[in-house]
Design a protein around this ligand. Structure first.
Ligand code: GDP
Length: 137
């Protein structure tokens, strides 16, 4: 069993598609083992995306992630990191496959609805960024 962190970003929450995304997770046999809504400060968003701090889009992406509420979710399944990234689709929604969350809903490379960890190392950093052990059931 593997775990990953999913975030429904401010555009996904704002557009009222939390339920749609959760439905896609559950119907793919991905188990939700922790979930909450929160609003990050700019500093918290910068800490979350610290790996990207030298990238030109860092300021925009962290402004966006702090612009409204997000839903953070811990997912568990076999190979869930790869499985969930397939459900999300490519970072750039224009390159995402048909039927993926980003292809269906994203409007911009920076407003791309969802986040998913890209490795076991980033999953454990990202899960512990938002959840303590009592919140993961
Ligand atoms: P993800 O794992 O698919 O979310 O992509 P990354 O972790 O590489 O990047 C984090 C977020 O930064 C992405 O979801 C995008 O919103 C944004 N991003 C990534 N690459 C680019 C880029 O080349 N240009 C812009 N403007 N934003 C980007």
């Amino acid at each position: 069993m593997e775990r990953t962190l999913s975030i429904i970003k401010p555009d996904g929450v704002g557009r009222g598609i939390i339920g749609e995304i959760i439905k896609r997770l559950e119907s793919s046999n991905i188990k939700i083992i922790a979930i909450k809504m929160l609003k990050m400060t700019k500093k918290q968003a910068q800490g979350f995306y610290a790996v990207h701090k030298e990238r030109p889009f860092f300021d925009n992406v962290t402004d966006f992630m702090a612009s409204g509420p997000v839903v953070v979710i811990v997912l568990e399944a076999e190979n869930v990191i790869t499985k969930y990234r397939k459900l999300m689709g490519a970072t750039n929604y224009k390159e995402a496959e048909e039927g993926t969350i980003r292809k269906d809903f994203a409007t911009d490379i920076e407003k791309n609805i969802v986040h998913g960890s890209d490795s076991q190392e980033s999953a454990s950093f990202e899960i512990s960024y938002f959840f303590n052990s009592f919140e993961i059931v």
